[in-house]
Design a protein around this ligand. Structure first.
Ligand SMILES: Nc1nc2c(ncn2[C@@H]2O[C@H](COP(=O)(O)OP(=O)(O)O)[C@@H](O)[C@H]2O)c(=O)[nH]1
Ligand SMILES: [Mg+2]
Length: 282
């Protein structure tokens, strides 16, 4: 898959991240619960290692609950903090605050014993479109930050102060400069982390159909009322296009419209609750 996905601002964002991590007390590492593995950024390993970190599995409303639980187990087996949330649901705000507060408990105790008041500063990181800004808005109870269903909405550096004594720093999403793994790249496209306009949507839609027919055949069949077992993704694609009447004037398939519709169905959860990645040791 050929994608032009590493624009200059990503390099800048990564450099900014290295600076920012020095001035915070903890990190909230947001992962899209539909593809947590793909959301890991190898460049963050160094960064994350030096501060307390909470792994935040977001978009759980769209994800497969059983697989999300496997991820929670994965983190807890490694004594890593993890919380599963839906950032668009305000009811989840206390869960996020508690997880971040718990991870910085020793520091807060130290401040308290010295009688100093200092906010606990947290850096919120993650790939584009995983819901970082939405999460911060969720805890602040305000629409302070601009969010959007496409990558690259957050540009500058934005601090948000919360009543609970937390200060959160939003960052632009960061991708990494090399995908060796086509599966990872494809899933980042599915979840909207890589911009649609830099990829071939027909190719991405076919990869989505292929992976869904392996992992969630029943959901795929139910959504589009077709047989998918043993069939090629391109055949399934064609049947969907015909069924939905995605045709151009000459009767040819309107490949672009169909590809967009399939991706849209997935992203809105219309196919069902889906998680592609499972931890290596489940
Ligand atoms: N369904 C669902 N959508 C979410 C959730 N969190 C964020 N979103 C949506 O995902 C898109 C990207 O969110 P945004 O906060 O801008 O992502 P950022 O690029 O990481 O800051 C927006 O359309 C949000 O409404 C969630 O938990 N569930
Ligand atoms: Mg943002």
């Amino acid at each position: 898959m050929n994608i032009q996905w590493f624009p200059g601002h990503m390099t800048k964002a990564l450099r900014m991240m290295e600076q920012n991590v020095k001035i915070v007390d903890a990190i909230g590492y947001v992962l899209d619960a539909r593809a947590p593995y793909c959301c890991f950024n190898p460049n963050f390993d160094k960064i994350v290692g030096c501060k307390p970190c909470v792994f935040i599995l977001n978009k759980c409303d769209l994800a497969d609950p059983q697989k999300v639980d496997l991820w929670c187990k994965y983190f807890s087996n490694r004594s890593l903090n993890c919380v599963k949330i839906t950032a668009t649901a305000s009811a989840d705000a206390p869960k996020i605050v508690k997880a971040l507060a718990d991870s910085t408990e020793p520091l807060r105790r130290k401040y308290l014993s010295k009688g100093v008041y200092k906010p606990i500063r947290c850096l919120i990181i993650g790939v584009p479109n995983c819901g970082k800004s939405t999460l911060i808005n969720c805890i602040s109870g305000k629409k302070t930050l601009i969010t959007g269903d496409k990558p690259g909405v957050t540009k500058g550096k934005q601090w948000v102060r919360l009543q609970s004594g937390l200060e959160l720093l939003d960052t632009p999403g960061t991708l990494w400069p090399k995908f060796d793994d086509e599966t990872v790249a494809s899933r980042l496209c599915f979840i909207g982390s890589i911009k649609d306009d830099v990829v071939d949507m027909y190719e991405v839609a076919n990869m989505l159909l292929e992976q869904l027919s392996q992992l969630y055949p029943a959901l795929l069949e139910q959504r589009y009322k077709l047989q998918c077992v043993g069939r090629k993704a391109t055949e399934i694609f064609e049947e969907i296009a015909l069924k939905r009447g995605f045709l151009l004037r000459g009767g040819e398939l309107d490949v672009e419209r169909c590809a967009k519709a399939i991706l849209d169905d997935f992203r809105k959860g219309k196919i069902g609750r889906i998680t592609f990645d499972v931890p290596a040791d489940n």
